[in-house]
Design a binder for this molecule. Structure first.
Ligand code: FA5
Length: 336
């Protein structure tokens, strides 16, 4: 009998060890339930004599206890395995695959912005800044574009803070259409001599095309001192073109009109392929603008310029469409 119990126990333990984790819950009924081999043996105990029954009964109890413990252990194993499988399935891989040959870098416009600052700082300028949300006075009025001035129409202005019963533009709060208001802020903030550049974001209701974006960037320059002439402006622009674009680019100044400069010019740069692109406007600061900045035009003169940074960025890299810089196409971005 003892041998039978031992072999039934070994059989049951082997069944537990090899049972598939899915069927663990059925093991108890199968190996220890009423119809199990071990229970069947229990029924036979009655036919033994007292001493044999005591020994066999105790062996049987031990066997059943060890099978039961083995089933519990197998169940715990099954539960751990299920949990691990779930964790594995739900795990979020937050590690970034090491980019093979693909490293992040600053946006093309940010690169150009920083290089422009470096070039102008090298030419003796300091960097100034002004707010993107401006008042009508700084953006237009102080720049010699009073109410009703026809040149205002050229800047498709985005107004902010307009209440329902105001006419467009009446609030006088707007998104700056150019960086030129920083000229006024600089003149009001410091005594000449002034040598500043002011890079920043500007806004116009322009429809995107190959050379226009509704949100773009300019860098303003302002020099105010005694006896500043157009020759100083031309010399600065020439030095800048060489330093920023390199020897294979040349620039020209074309007569133009801006209400805040007199005389005014447009600044074009010639690409190595011979084509020209308008990059900015410039000129001698208009006497009315010096006055708005609190300076006496009899004593002080100056020049100013405002260049489009986005156009500079595409120009330098030989990109033909300014919109390409803003679509976040990795095939485009990774070239720079
Ligand atoms: C101005 O904004 C003047 N404030 C520039 C200036 C400053 C003149 C100081 C005189 C003295 P303009 O509107 O032409 O001028 O814009 C200047 C440059 O910004 C353009 O030459 C162009 O390079 C860039 N630009 C203008 N509109 C856009 C646009 N929608 N998208 C991208 N770049 C633009």
């Amino acid at each position: 009998m003892i041998d039978d119990i031992r072999s039934a126990c070994d059989e049951a333990l082997a069944a537990v060890a090899s049972a598939h984790l899915d069927v663990v819950d059925q093991l108890h009924a199968e190996l220890l339930g009423k119809r199990s081999h071990l229970s069947g043996m229990k029924a036979k105990l009655g036919s033994l004599d007292a001493e044999e029954r005591r020994v066999a009964g105790s062996a049987l109890n031990q066997a059943m206890a060890s099978v039961s413990a083995a089933i519990d252990e197998r169940r715990a194993q099954a539960q751990r395995a299920a949990l691990e499988a779930r964790i594995d399935a739900e795990r979020l891989d937050l590690t970034e695959a090491p980019p093979v040959g693909r490293r992040g870098h600053l946006h093309l416009v940010t690169q150009a912005w920083e290089q422009l600052e470096d070039v102008f700082v090298g030419l003796g300028f300091t960097v100034a800044e002004g707010p993107e949300v401006e008042t009508d006075w700084y953006n237009f009025e102080a720049l010699n574009m009073g109410e009703g001035h026809p040149a205002r129409g050229e800047f498709d202005t985005l107004f902010v803070g307009r209440s329902d019963n105001e006419l467009p533009g009446e609030s006088g709060i707007l998104l700056r259409t150019h960086t030129s208001p920083v000229q006024i802020r600089a003149m009001l903030a410091q005594e000449p001599p002034i040598h500043i550049v002011a890079p920043g974001r500007v806004f116009r209701r322009d429809t995107p095309d190959a050379t226009h974006m509704p949100v773009f960037h300019q860098i303003e320059g302002l020099v105010v001192d005694r006896d500043i002439t157009m020759a100083d402006l031309a010399g600065t622009i020439e030095a800048f073109t060489r330093a920023f674009f390199g020897e294979e680019f040349t620039s020209r100044l074309r007569p133009s009109y801006f209400p805040f400069t007199e005389p005014s010019a447009e600044f074009d740069v010639r690409r190595p392929d011979g084509s020209w692109l308008e990059l900015g406007g410039c000129g001698m600061v208009h006497p009315e603008v010096l006055r708005a900045g609190g300076l006496d035009p009899e004593q002080w003169s100056g020049f100013a310029f405002g260049f489009g940074i986005d156009r500079m960025a595409v120009m330098r890299h030989g990109v033909s469409d300014i919109r390409d810089m803003y679509v976040n196409d990795i095939r485009f971005i990774e070239q720079f």
